[in-house]
Design a protein around this ligand. Structure first.
Ligand SMILES: *Cc1c(COP(=O)(O)O)cnc(C)c1O
Length: 446
């Protein structure tokens, strides 16, 4: 039993490419996959992974990659974190499933206590646990509608909230997320947001534009909630201008609109605070967490003011696997790791190493139009020389070069012209510098 735990920890913490990328074993697996996996499920890089530890991913051909994507910000504590593996393994042998809405168990309650403690706001909070980010968004909307008796849901341009029917409607980008998949849920209103690199607006001006749009086209009195990502994820790690989010929150509070922060990508220590809202001086009524919360196991939370969260009648919220004991045990271990390993400070360390390197690259390569982000949630936006016109081809070239040389990079952005960096907080300075050297080579060969 203990034999299975240390296996992946034996991985050498270095980048090492030993075959073509993808290698022969990956290529063989890819052929099998093409025959049986639905074509709508694509993969950014057809490299089949076998093991991982910390910030290193090993593929079936023995190639080792420095992982700057963490499975889209999920492996915040690091791949196969020993505490998470041990907690989940032990829980698996004790109680795998019970269904909290039939017979409850402690792990669910403990995760709710930890979320109440670590989400912003000094008031009584309650939580419902779900399986995925999209399901958390769905439940937050259900709760806000029940609480307010209103139907309208406001979201922002460039938002990403998921792939279910309701959350597709809340997500901005048609391709690939929505095209041909309608009809979509109604009463969703997409307002202009704050994207300083493109709109040049101050936070106050951008907020005035958002608010005016919603007041004119919907009316504040018909809105149940405004759902915002404090730093937009898929949309391109867009950091709103200073003062934007506080102005939105103030308007929501004045109009009885539930202010919901979708922190599914930005939360759980990624930005050097438990939740990114804290950087912007906002205290959301409801906070959503998922991706980084359980070291790779599927669990999500909707945490909010007790009086809002209690607005549903008993039995109105739940789900078969929601708040599963194994995933809950992993989430409890992740909270423990954030404290034990001072991971908030690690996120700040990563920013202090990576951001100057990215700014230095920007000073030498004018295809890098913007460097932005906070903590271990950083991005570069690639443009046609010197301007703001999107350059997705450069992103494709740079990420392909990096993959060939053992660095996993993710793109993002409405125009596909952003490279986002969201490494595990376990990544070392050496690994970061090594990855940057590959990035430098990629820009030189552009
Ligand atoms: C990933 C993501 C979601 C959807 O989460 P899933 O677990 O993929 O359903 C929602 N909102 C944000 C901000 C996300 O990054």
């Amino acid at each position: 039993m203990t034999d299975i735990l240390p296996v992946s920890t034996a991985i050498d913490p270095v980048r090492r490419i030993v075959t073509a990328v993808p290698g022969p074993k990956s290529q063989a697996l890819h052929l099998r996959r093409l025959a049986v996996v639905a074509g709508g499920v694509s993969s950014a890089l057809p490299v089949y992974v076998e093991r991982a530890h910390g910030a290193i991913v090993v593929d079936v051909d023995g190639n080792q990659f420095i992982d700057l994507g963490s499975g889209i910000g999920v492996m915040t504590v690091g791949h196969t974190d020993e505490a998470v593996v041990a907690a989940a393994t032990a829980q698996l042998g004790e109680l795998t499933h019970a269904m909290f809405t039939i017979t409850p168990y402690e792990g669910y309650v403990r995760v709710a206590e930890l979320l109440a403690e670590h989400t912003p706001g000094d008031f009584a909070k309650k939580t419902v646990l779900l399986n995925s980010g999209a399901e958390a968004v769905e439940n937050a909307v259900k709760i806000a509608r029940k609480h307010t008796g209103r139907a309208g849901v406001a979201v922002l341009e460039h938002a990403y909230h998921g792939r279910t029917n309701l959350t597709m409607a809340m997500t901005f980008k048609a391709m690939p997320y929505k095209a041909g998949f309608g009809p979509f849920a109604g009463s969703i209103h997409t307002a202009p947001g704050s994207y300083p690199f493109h709109d040049g607006l101050s936070g106050a001006d951008a907020a005035a534009r958002t608010i005016s749009y919603l007041e004119k086209s919907v009316g504040a009195g018909d809105l149940a909630c405004l759902v915002v990502e404090p730093i937009q994820g898929e949309g391109g790690f867009v950091v709103p201008a200073e003062g934007y989010l506080p102005a939105l929150q103030e308007w929501c509070t004045a109009n009885g609109i539930v202010f919901i922060a979708d922190e599914i990508q930005s939360g759980m220590a990624r930005t050097g605070r438990y939740f990114a809202s804290e950087h912007f001086g906002v205290v959301p009524d409801v906070v959503l967490s998922a991706k980084g919360i359980a070291g790779g196991l599927p669990i999500a939370g909707v945490t909010g003011r007790a009086e809002i969260m209690d607005s549903s009648h008993p039995g109105g919220l739940g789900g078969t696997f929601a708040g599963n004991p194994v995933a809950a045990a992993a989430a409890v271990a992740v909270f423990g790791e954030i404290e034990r390993r001072s991971l908030l400070a690690e996120a700040a360390r990563i920013e202090s190493v990576l951001k100057p390197e990215l700014l230095s690259l920007q000073s030498r390569y004018d295809v890098i139009g913007d460097v932005r982000g906070i903590g271990a949630m950083l991005a570069i936006e690639l443009v046609r020389s010197g301007g703001t016109e999107p350059n997705p081809a450069a992103v494709t070239a740079v990420t392909a070069y990096a993959a060939q040389h053992g660095v996993l990079l993710l793109n993002a952005g409405t125009w596909g012209n952003v490279i986002r960096f969201l490494p595990s907080l376990a990544i070392s300075d050496e690994q970061l510098h090594d990855a940057i050297s590959v990035l430098e080579d990629a820009f030189r060969t552009l």
